[in-house]
Design a protein around this ligand. Structure first.
Ligand code: MYA
Length: 531
C-alpha cells in the first residue's frame, strides 16, 4: 500500500510572486506547495491532484491491486487517504477489502472510512452542487440554488496582488497562441506525468468558438507587470437535456493554472468569475468533467483505448506488453485491413446536415443526458472545413443507402498528446470517438444494433489508421459498451466524472459496473461527449 505521500508531505513555503512565475521557463515543473490566499482563504492543508487524466492502458486486474490502482484510490478518496495515514497495513487491507473496487477507483466509496466528507471540499461545499451526504432518490430534479439575477455582482473579485483579469480575444491569433502555450506547458497530464494533452491551435479554435460563443467566457489571469498569461478557464453555451429537462447551460473546459501557481486557491477564484460571467448572461447551470472526484459526479465513465500503432504505443510506455504475449503477436492482434467494408460509406458533406441533424437528434434522445444540437451546431461540430495550413480536427462519415437516405453516421476528432521525456517519440496522435448514430437503433433489436455498431466502428478504426492515428480512444458512454471489447479496445486507467453545476438529478449509468468493467447489460445513460 503506497502511503498518501502527497497529502502527508505537504510543506508550506512562501507563495510564488508574479516575478517568480515570470522567471520560470514554461516547461519546468517545480510545484510549490504554497500557502497563498487567492480566494481570501488562508492555508491549503491538502493537495488533491486535479487532472482530467487522459486514460492510459492499464494492466490492472480486479484480484490484485497494482500500484496504479492504489494511487488512483488514494487520489480519488482524500478523506479515506487521510484516514489511512498511520494505520497498520493489515487494517488498511481489511478496510479496502470491505469496499468495492469500482467505488474506490471512482472515489465513490461509501464504507465508514471512505465516507465523502463535504467539509474537506472547502470551496465546493459552498457551491450549488449536490452533496455526497444527501439522499439520492428523494430530491426531485431541479436547480440546487434558486436563480437570482439581482445578486449577480457586476465586478470580478479582486485577484491577489500582481495579477489581473483579462478577457481573451480569441479572434486574435496572438492571444489564441497565448492560450495554446499555457495549455501546452501546463494542461492535463496522466498520473505518472508521461503524457500531456496537446490541444492544437485549430482544435482550440474549434472547441472555443462554437455557435453562440462569447468572448467574455474566455477568461484569463495575467501577471500585471509582464502581462504573461498564467491561468485560463472557458465556457461555451450549450443546450443539454437531462432526463426530461432541457438546460440552457455553459460547458466549462480548459481550466488551467501555471504550474508555479498551483495550490494557491486560484481555481475557486476562476470558477467564481466564470460563474459570474455566465450568470450575467442568465445562464445558471453548467456541465463539466474531471478525472478527480468532486461533489458530486452525476456519472462516471471509463476510458478505453484501441491500439492502431501498437509498437509506438509500447515504445512510449502507453501500452504494456502482456506477460503471455510477444511484440509480434501484439502487432498482429491490432492489424487492420486497408479498406472499409460498409457499403455507401463516405465523408459527410454540407448536403447531409439536415439528415445528420435528424438522425443524431433521434439517436441521442435514447440517453438520459445528451446535448440538443441545432442545424448550425451540426454543421459546426461535424463538417470539416478545409483551411490551408491548419491542422484537421474533425472527421465525419455518413452511410447513404441505395435510395440516397443517410442511415448512419460516425465521427472522431484529433487530439495529440505530448510524450514527456521519450527519446524516440514526442507525440501520440490520438483519434477520439465523437458522436455516432444509426437507424438500426430504431427498427431492430439490440443484437442488430450491436452488429451494426461493430461494423461502423471497425470502419472508423480503419479510417483513423489510414489518417496515421496511433490510437483510437473512447469512453463507456453512448452505446460504446456494445463494441469496445469486440473492437479490441483495452481498459484504460483513466476515469471521467461528469458534473452538473446547479442542477440536481439522480445518478446516471456510466457504462461500467461495480467492478469497473464494461456494463454491456445496462449500457450507459450518457449521450454527451466532452472535449
Ligand atoms: C453557471 C455557470 C457555472 C460555471 C462554473 C461551473 C463549474 C466549473 C468547474 C471547473 C470545471 C473545469 C473543467 C476542466 O477544465 S477539467 C481540466 C482541469 N485542468 C487540469 O487538470 C489542468 C492541469 N491542472 C491545473 O491546471 C490545476 O491543477 C487546476 C487548475 C486543475 C487546479 O489547480 P490547483 O491544484 O492549484 O488548485 P487550487 O489551489 O487553485 O484550488 C483548489 C480547489 O480547486 C478544486 N479543483 C481542483 N481541480 C479542479 C477541477 N478540475 N475542477 C473543479 N475544481 C477543481 C479543488 O477541489 C479545491 O477545491 P476544494 O476541494 O477545496 O473545494
Amino acid at each position: 500500500m503506497a502511503p498518501p505521500q502527497e497529502e502527508s508531505k505537504l510543506v508550506e513555503q512562501p507563495a510564488a510572486t508574479p516575478d517568480e512565475v515570470d522567471a520560470e521557463s514554461d516547461n519546468e515543473a517545480p510545484e510549490t506547495e504554497a500557502a497563498a490566499a487567492g480566494e481570501g482563504s488562508t492555508t491549503t492543508k491538502k493537495k488533491k491532484k486535479s487532472k482530467k487524466s487522459k486514460g492510459k492502458k492499464s494492466a490492472a486486474t480486479a484480484d490484485a491491486l497494482p500500484t496504479s490502482v492504489v494511487e488512483e484510490v488514494v487520489r480519488n478518496n482524500p478523506a479515506l487517504a487521510n484516514e489511512m495515514q498511520g494505520m497498520e497495513r493489515a487494517k488498511v487491507e481489511e478496510m479496502l477489502r470491505s469496499m468495492k473496487l469500482q467505488e474506490l477507483i471512482t472515489g465513490m466509496a461509501t464504507g465508514a472510512g471512505a465516507k465523502k466528507d463535504m467539509a474537506s471540499y472547502k470551496f465546493w461545499a459552498t457551491q450549488p452542487v449536490p452533496r455526497f451526504d444527501e439522499p439520492e432518490q428523494e430530491i426531485p430534479d431541479g436547480p440546487v440554488r434558486p436563480n437570482n439575477p439581482d445578486v449577480v455582482p457586476t465586478e470580478a473579485d479582486a485577484l491577489i496582488d500582481g495579477f489581473e483579469w483579462v478577457t481573451m480575444d480569441l479572434t486574435d491569433d496572438a492571444q489564441m497562441t497565448e492560450v495554446y502555450d499555457l495549455l501546452t506547458g501546463h494542461y492535463v497530464e496522466d498520473q505518472e506525468a508521461m503524457f500531456r494533452f496537446n490541444y492544437s491551435a485549430s482544435f482550440l479554435n474549434w472547441a472555443l468558438k462554437a455557435p453562440g460563443w462569447l468572448k467574455e467566457w474566455h477568461v484569463g489571469v495575467r501577471v500585471a507587470s509582464s502581462k504573461r498569461l498564467v491561468a485560463f478557464i472557458s465556457g461555451i453555451p450549450v443546450k443539454v437535456r437531462v432526463r426530461e429537462n432541457t438546460l440552457r447551460c455553459s460547458e466549462i473546459n480548459f481550466l488551467c493554472i501555471h504550474k508555479k501557481l498551483r495550490s494557491k486557491r486560484l481555481t475557486p477564484v476562476l470558477i467564481k468569475e466564470i460563474t459570474r460571467r455566465c450568470n450575467l448572461e442568465k445562464v445558471w447551470s453548467a456541465i463539466h468533467t474531471a478525472g478527480i472526484v468532486l461533489p458530486k459526479p452525476v456519472s462516471t465513465c471509463r476510458y478505453y483505448h484501441r491500439s492502431l500503432d501498437w509498437l509506438k504505443l509500447y515504445e512510449v510506455g502507453f501500452s504494456p506488453l502482456p506477460p503471455n504475449s510477444t511484440k509480434a503477436r501484439q502487432i498482429t492482434r491490432y492489424h487492420l485491413p486497408n479498406q472499409t467494408k460498409t457499403k455507401g460509406l463516405r465523408e459527410m458533406e454540407a448536403k447531409d446536415i439536415d439528415a445528420v441533424h435528424d438522425l443524431l437528434t433521434r439517436y441521442l434522445a435514447r440517453f438520459d443526458m445528451a446535448p440538443i444540437f441545432d442545424k448550425e451546431e451540426i454543421e459546426y461540430w461535424f463538417l470539416h472545413q478545409d483551411a490551408p495550413g491548419k491542422e484537421r480536427v474533425i472527421w465525419t462519415y455518413v452511410v447513404e443507402d441505395s435510395t440516397g437516405k443517410v442511415t448512419d453516421m460516425f465521427s472522431f476528432y484529433s487530439l495529440e498528446s505530448s510524450v514527456i521525456g521519450n527519446k524516440k517519440h514526442d507525440t501520440i496522435r490520438a483519434a477520439y470517438l465523437f458522436y455516432y448514430a444509426t437507424e438500426t437503433a430504431f427498427s431492430k433489436t439490440k443484437k442488430d444494433l450491436k452488429v451494426r455498431l461493430n461494423e461502423l466502428i471497425n470502419d472508423a478504426l480503419i479510417l483513423a489508421k489510414r489518417f496515421n492515428f496511433d490510437v483510437f480512444n473512447g469512453l463507456t458512454l453512448l452505446d460504446n459498451t456494445l463494441f469496445l471489447q469486440e473492437q479490441k479496445f483495452g481498459a484504460g486507467d483513466g476515469q471521467l466524472h461528469y458534473y452538473l453545476f446547479n442542477w440536481r438529478t439522480k445518478h446516471i449509468r456510466g457504462g461500467i459496473d461495480e467492478n469497473n468493467q464494461i456494463d454491456d447489460k445496462n449500457g450507459s445513460g450518457i449521450g454527451m461527449v466532452m472535449l
